[in-house]
Design a protein around this ligand. Structure first.
Ligand code: PLP
Length: 407
């Protein structure tokens, strides 16, 4: 008699099941990895099948304190049980406190809150144009090539990479582009019609490009000389990412307008337009608004986040781990990685490792090996981990990436 076989239930691939359902229901505007993420703790996340990954993308430079940080979780929980949304027809204490906190720590005198990076940049364009109209009828904005400022039409018009705008024209008129990191070209482009110069102090999506030492100081002088405002988009480079709360602090100048989002809410959507008091006073009641902007949930969370991120020990960790990772890859570049690694760039934990080939494949292999990173501007592997990673986590990520590079 044949022995009875035990029935084994087929193993469900939950990642695959989610992939099928997503493709059947969600707009196909992102090429996604075939993985569904369900849980996170610190710098680690788990997929639907239970596999663990070291997250060096952090929601694309958003989860500055990692996943499920107790300070963030507590702020969300407490505020969710008290008041989530109320209109801007009322004063919102956490909104006021967050504005005060940003003002205490920056050049800013007034803050307008919104919900994302692109919305912050849209508002900055409106603010600069209205200010310009009141200062001699200025309306032109000078932006830089290779920049990224967001996906809505105004921000897209200011973005110096044509691929993002294909098929969506005509875009906003009155925007000129000059090469990034070229003060002479900028000086020529800024005229008495210019209301503002807008740029990222470190280009993120454009391939982690850090400008020369005095570039931003020069940009500010040019703006001042021609009576134009300087808008800096600190959406990716701000909130501790480069080792100071805002990256401009390390570059010897102060902007007139700064936009924030990404790390500001530690994962909860929030954006901000921060400006000198006299500049923001251009916008009076009814000139700009946002239903959700600055709501109690987002601002109470961001308040907890900014207090945590501003701690000198956390900012010191950003510099330390950034240097550690860059020096690992510099050593690799000097040795086995000589033909593959062409450049290592960045400030703090905004890191770009440029390779001569196969950037997207390296990222894919790293993912299989348990490390999340991404590839931008062709062949630049970008690492933007949580700001509180440990040396051990930094080393683990470096070793996985080295292996994924085949080195
Ligand atoms: C510098 C910069 N500005 C603006 C944005 C747009 O932000 P959001 O995606 O929140 O609209 C991004 C997003 O990557 C960015 O890196």
């Amino acid at each position: 008699m044949a022995a009875k076989r035990k029935k084994v239930a087929p193993v469900r691939d939950l990642n695959l099941e989610w992939e099928k359902r997503t493709l059947d229901s969600v707009a196909f505007t992102y090429r996604r990895f075939p993985i569904a993420m369900v849980r996170g703790k610190g710098a680690w996340v788990w997929d639907a099948n239970g596999k663990k990954y070291l997250d060096f993308l952090a929601g694309v430079a958003v989860n500055c304190l990692g996943h499920a940080h107790p300070v963030v979780t507590k702020a969300i929980r407490e505020q969710a049980g008290r008041l989530v949304q109320i209109s801007n027809y009322f004063h919102i204490p956490s909104q006021t406190e967050l504005a005060e906190e940003i003002e205490k720590r920056s050049f800013t005198g007034r803050v307008f809150f919104c919900n994302s990076g692109t919305e912050a940049n849209e508002g900055a364009i409106k603010l600069a144009r209205k200010w310009g109209m009141e200062h001699g009828g200025r309306y032109e904005i000078v932006s830089t090539s290779n920049s990224f400022h967001g996906r809505t039409v105004g921000s897209l018009s200011m973005t110096g990479q044509t691929k993002y705008a294909e098929g969506f024209g005509p875009l906003l008129p009155g925007i000129r582009f000059v090469p990034f990191n070229n003060a002479a070209a900028l000086a020529e482009a800024v005229t008495e019609k210019t209301c503002a110069v807008a740029l990222e102090p470190v280009q993120g999506e454009g391939g982690v490009v850090v400008p020369g030492r005095d570039y931003l100081k020069r940009v500010k002088e040019i703006c001042r000389g021609k009576g134009a405002l300087l808008i800096v988009d600190e959406i990716q480079a701000g909130m501790g990412r480069t080792g100071t709360l805002f990256s401009y602090e390390q570059m010897g100048y102060e902007p007139d307008i700064m936009t924030l989002a990404k790390g500001l809410g530690g994962g909860v959507p929030i954006g901000a337009i921060c400006a000198r008091k006299e500049v923001m006073e251009t916008l009076g009641p009814g000139t700009h608004g946002s239903t959700f902007g600055g709501n109690p949930l987002a601002t109470a969370t961001a308040l907890a986040v900014i207090r945590e991120v501003s701690k000198p020990s956390l900012l010191a960790n950003v510099r330390k781990q950034g240097d550690r990772i860059r020096s690992f890859f510099r050593k690799l570049q000097a040795g086995a990685g000589a033909g593959l690694i062409s450049d290592i760039r960045g400030m703090g934990l905004l890191i770009g490792i440029e390779v001569t080939r196969e950037g997207p494949e390296i990222v894919k292999r790293a993912l299989e090996l348990g490390l999340i990173a991404n590839c931008t501007a062709g062949n630049v592997i970008r690492l933007v981990p949580p700001l509180n990673i440990t040396s051990k986590e930094a080393d683990t990520a470096c070793r996985i990436l080295q292996k994924a590079m085949g080195l």
